[in-house]
Each structure stands twice: as C-alpha cells, then as structure tokens.
Design a binder for this molecule. Sequence first.
Ligand code: FAD
Ligand code: SF4
Length: 331
Amino acid sequence: MRDFSYFRASSVDEARNAVLQAGGALLAGGTTLLDLAKCGVDEPETVVDITHLSGLGEINVDASSAVIGALARMGDVADHPQIRAAFPAVAESLSLAASAQLRNMATIGGNLLQRTRCPYFRDPVTFPACNKRNPGSGCSAIGGVTRNHAVLGTSDACIATYPGDLAVALVAFDAFVDLGSRKVAVDDFFLLPGDTPENETVLKRGEMIVGIGIPASAAARNSTYLKVRDRQSYEFAAASAAVGVELEADGKTVRNIRVALGGVATKPWRARAVEQALIGKAFDVETVEKASGLAMEGAVSHGGNRYKIELAPRVVARAILKMAQNVGGLA
Ligand code: FAD
Ligand code: SF4
C-alpha cells in the first residue's frame, strides 16, 4: 500500500471538490476502500474522509417511503424497526451480509459501491490481465476458475459478479440513489460491463451518494431476501433472491410481484420475466417453479459457474413460495 494524504471534509460540497482532484477517493466505513488499497487495486493519492458529515446518517420512514442517508451504518438500517416492518427484504439483505463487525462500520453508500470479489481483479501482481482494472488488458477469469462468476449480464470483456446484497433488494422495489443534484433509479445506476467493464455505475467524478429512497408498497411490506452461500455466515451469495408479493382482494390472484437476483449477475438483476409470468395468476408450486425458470433467460455459463443456472431458479422459487405462504395465497 503506498502513502496517501488524508483530508477530512466538513461539508458535502467540500468532499465533492476534494474528490475531483486527481487520485481522490471518498472514505466512508473504509471496509472496501482500505482492502482494495492494500491489494493494490485502488491507489488513492488523497483519501477524503466523509464520516463526520452531518445529516447523512439519518433513517426516516413514513407511510410513503424510506429515506436513508449514505452514511447510515448497515447494522443500524438492518435493525431499524420501521425498515424491518415496511421493507423486510431490505433489512434481511443487510443482516445476511458480511459480519456484525463490518455491518457496524460499513455504510449504505459504500455498500452500494463495493467492487467485485473476482479473485483475478483483486490480485494485480499475479494477474495483470483484467479489463475492469486495466481496460484492454484482457480477462483472466474467462478460461480460468469461474465458480463465483456471473451467468447473467456478462460480456466477452468481463464476467465479474456484482457481490452486494442490499442493491438486490433495492432494485426489486424501485429504489433510487440520491446524488444530490439528481436521483437515479437503482436499476439504471449500475451498468452492464459491455466493452467498458471499468465503468460500473453512472456516478461521475465529483459526484457522491447522499442517500437512497425506497417507495413503500404492499409488495415491499410482504417481502423477503433469501441468500444461498457456501457457509451460513460471513460469505457472499452463490445465488440470492429478493421477492415481494401483493395479492388481489380475492386473496389468491397475484396483483404485484417483485423479483430480483443477486450473486449470479454482473449487476443487481431484476427478473421481470418471472414477475410478468405470475401477475394475474394464482400461486401453486408448479406455476411458481415454471415461472422461476425464466429468471435464467439469456444465462451463459463459463464452466465452473454452470451450477448457478440450476441453483438460482430454485432460490427464486423458494423465496416466492415462502412469501405466497406468508400472505395465505398458496394453493
Ligand atoms: P468504503 O470502503 O468507505 O467505500 C467503498 C467505496 O465507495 C469506495 O470507493 C469509496 O470511495 C466509495 N464511497 C463510499 N461512500 C460513498 C458515497 N457516499 N458516495 C460516493 N462514493 C462513496 N457486502 C455484502 O453486501 N454482502 C456480504 O456478504 C459481504 N461480505 C463481506 C465480507 C468481507 C470479509 C468484507 C471485507 C466485506 C463484505 N461485504 C459484503 C462488503 C461490505 O458490505 C462493504 O465493504 C461495505 O458495505 C462498504 O461500505 P464502507 O462504508 O466501508 O465503504
Ligand atoms: Fe477482470 Fe472482470 Fe475478468 Fe474478473 S471477470 S478478471 S474483473 S475483467
């Protein structure tokens, strides 16, 4: 890790201006930034500390929405009684992420902007070829060990999985990222790798996340986050699903359903084909399992990650059936 200078910002504008300088990087909880600095992926010249900015740590929930400041801690959002009641999938996505120590330190803004766990990306010395780290250098993962790589949204340039959990729950419920001067839907905030995997979000230099907003809905209230992983804690998703459901007044026809996947795609992945296949239908095991298969439309495997194409629809089906049962709509 090379030397860097430290600047403690006292306002959002000061932070934005400081990070515009060449080599400037914002520091929130630091649980991603310092990791990446140590392994030589991020080499900031100036670390701009935003942890003391006032007003960015608040969590406000009312009947219409939740508004969460960028500096709110993962653990505080996960444990917030109103978030747990109105947005269970959001709370669960956070409480199933990382470890208690990390959740006490890490922030919502930093969580959204965490980088891929692709081992080739995180080891620049052994694997110089990585289009995300060094555009045009190639991809060491393609043809390599791909057990944790993505099967959806990949390109010939990059197959890295977006590793976060929270963004998966957010994309399911039409949440937005507040950048101060503009608000961007979470679905539009994250970019597919295409030919430019180095561009992961629409965030421009000098912009910072000031918060997120999540519209309240019956589907968000009747929701869950199911995460399947190699061990029961402190592990990223092999496949995960955020699901929310709302039934018609008859208590069996699906009025609204939200489905998003994590651990299998290059960005938080909304499974609209699954949603469309279930709206207007009644839940039964066969219908749900058939619809869940649509989550893998367009999936491409690279050998070691082939199991995800079988696993992910099962995770989606399990999450939908759990919620169908919870709302009393399972035939
Ligand atoms: P920082 O490290 O401070 O920042 C991360 C990045 O975001 C940096 O580039 C920084 O410049 C930028 N940034 C920070 N705040 C802002 C802002 N407001 N505006 C613009 N840019 C900003 N995550 C999961 O979702 N699920 C897991 O299972 C999981 N497991 C983990 C296990 C381990 C061992 C570790 C180390 C991490 C794990 N994580 C997991 C990731 C963890 O959640 C993130 O490291 C954390 O959320 C990042 O938040 P932070 O505040 O520490 O960000
Ligand atoms: Fe780099 Fe993406 Fe290839 Fe991983 S999958 S080595 S991040 S280009």
